[in-house]
Design a protein around this ligand. Structure first.
Ligand code: GLU
Ligand code: ZN
Length: 497
């Protein structure tokens, strides 16, 4: 795949460093990255750029987080921060002289003009237009000021902004996701590109950099669709001025909806990437799920690897209708990816949750051999890695953490008799075989007229503190005979008390 002029694909991901990265942003990064990877054979490239021209909202901390998130997700970039490239620098805050230069060229060529209107004047004319049922955008008041008018405004001490002059004709483009879209001139008025204090706006810097960095495809969220006709008009002017080589093609990715069918917002806690990292989502699982927000591999397969996604990905297959973020499904897909890990890899990835501050046991209490032995049984049961702590705490804490609801659910009349029999049978069982431990509890149950399920519940709660958890007999085997029997004794004492 190549661009309109035949040059290799160049896509970009260009977030602003404000706050925590959110899942919508990650989806945008993913689709751009996957598109570049898909076309890598023909020289496609992925550019990472930081749009930090808003000093009031951007922060260095958020910049560092963006880079850390990109690396955690596994997105490598061909050009950008820390990597460099022929269009460096890749932080807009370091490119201010470029924007000033381009704004000057646009003014000189008449593609832009200085607008002296005050906010009050703009507001009152907008009100009047609205009342008359006319389009209420900027009315072109300063498009053709005479020298005398300019002089008068200057004498009044007014500081002008710079406005881009939109053409008086419709703008039509073919969106890669949405097909042909036309904007009428009355709906796309002349717009500001430089503030009165000289600071360039997103409306200027974003397309200028896309032009200079020779971006061929702009894939971004639907919220930016209304800026596209403006950018296309600006591109035309930039091409005329020799700043741009060609106009990129655009593809607008569907909205992501959250709870209650409201748009998932940046500020929504459910949207924060950090939350998913802290809960122990795998990047593989999260990316698999996020790819389904607007795209699919096939009608009958929701779980796939990133390599499979890259091989199949095409923006043309992205659906325009809003996608719903479904946390349950996201977790289920993550669980599948946890199961898909090599068991050694799984044991390593759980490490952060097996030590302080996540884990409640002391570092000395952690037992590597026990962990290695239990890990395969845990791997098939986790939705997210953070669940590992509660699942294995019975192995590393001196005593089980009794969940009172579990205790009263499992400990019925006769549970003490059952526990005593189970203890006897376990005492003579073969502790190198989970099967033998199961036979022991089965036999104890039979002696009291209980099926295995009913018989094992008090044993499980006595030993692990909970009614649910990892497979019981494997757990007992790993925990060992001595600890298991002394916990049953302790439970009997607790029942007697
Ligand atoms: N910095 C812009 C944003 O984060 C980029 C928009 C775009 O992709 O064009 O919204
Ligand atoms: Zn004006």
């Amino acid at each position: 795949m190549a661009s309109a002029s035949g040059s290799p694909v160049r896509v970009r991901f260009c977030p602003s460093p404000t706050g925590n990265p959110h899942v919508g942003l990650v989806r945008t990064a993913l689709f751009n990255w996957a598109f570049a990877k898909h076309h890598q054979g023909s020289g496609a490239q992925f550019v990472f750029r930081i749009e930090d021209t808003d000093a009031a909202r951007d922060s260095e901390e958020s910049y560092a987080q963006l880079l850390d998130s990109m690396r955690w997700l596994g997105f490598d970039w061909d050009e950008g921060p820390e990597v460099g490239g022929p269009h460096a620098p890749y932080r807009q805050s370091q490119r201010m002289d470029i924007y000033e230069d381009v704004a000057g060229k646009l003014l000189d060529a008449g593609h832009a003009y200085r607008c002296y209107c005050s906010q009050e004047e703009l507001d009152s004319r907008r009100e009047a237009a609205r009342a008359a049922g006319k389009p209420s955008g900027y009315d072109g008041h300063c498009r053709a000021l005479t020298d005398a008018q300019v002089e008068e405004y200057r004498a009044q001490g007014r500081e002008p902004i710079v406005r881009f002059r939109m053409p008086d004709e419709p703008i039509t483009f073919t969106d890669l996701v949405r097909g042909e879209i036309t904007y009428l001139p009355e709906n796309v008025p002349d717009y500001g590109i430089v503030r009165a204090n000289g600071a360039p706006l997103y409306t200027l810097v974003n397309p200028v950099d896309d032009a200079l960095m020779e971006i061929t495809h702009v894939l971004r969220g639907e919220d930016l669709l209304s800026s596209t006709p403006r950018q296309i008009a600006l591109y035309k002017a930039l091409t005329e001025l020799g700043v741009a080589k060609e106009t990129p093609v655009f593809g607008h990715l569907p909205y992501v909806m959250g709870e209650g069918n409201k748009k998932l917002s940046k500020r929504d806690p459910q949207a924060s990437l950090n939350l998913y990292r802290e809960r122990g989502f795998l990047p593989e699982g999260l990316l698999n799920y996020l790819s389904l927000l607007g795209w699919s591999l096939s009608a009958d397969r929701d779980v796939f690897t990133i390599e499979e996604m890259v091989a199949a990905f095409d923006v043309a297959d992205v659906q325009p209708n809003p996608a719903r973020f479904d946390l349950k499904k996201c977790e289920a897909i993550n669980a599948d990816h946890i199961r898909m890990l090599d068991v050694k890899d799984f044991t390593e990835r759980c490490r952060p949750w097996l030590q302080a501050p996540a884990a409640p046991w002391t570092p000395e209490a952690f037992d590597e051999a026990k962990w290695q032995a239990i890990a395969p049984h845990a791997q098939t049961r986790l939705k997210v890695l953070s669940e590992i702590t509660d699942n294995v705490d019975f192995l590393f804490l001196p005593e089980p953490v009794f969940d009172e609801a579990s205790w009263s659910k499992a400990m019925k009349e006769g549970s003490d008799a059952l526990l005593r029999t189970a203890r006897e049978k376990l005492d003579t069982a073969d502790w190198t075989s989970a099967e033998s431990l199961k036979e022991a509890v089965l036999a104890a149950g039979e002696a009291h007229g209980l099926k295995l399920g009913k018989a094992q519940a008090p044993v499980r709660v006595a030993v692990t503190g909970r009614t649910v958890g990892l497979p019981l007999f494997e757990s007992l085997e790993v925990l060992g005979k001595e600890t298991t029997l002394s916990r049953i004794d302790a439970a009997l004492a607790r029942l007697a008390a």
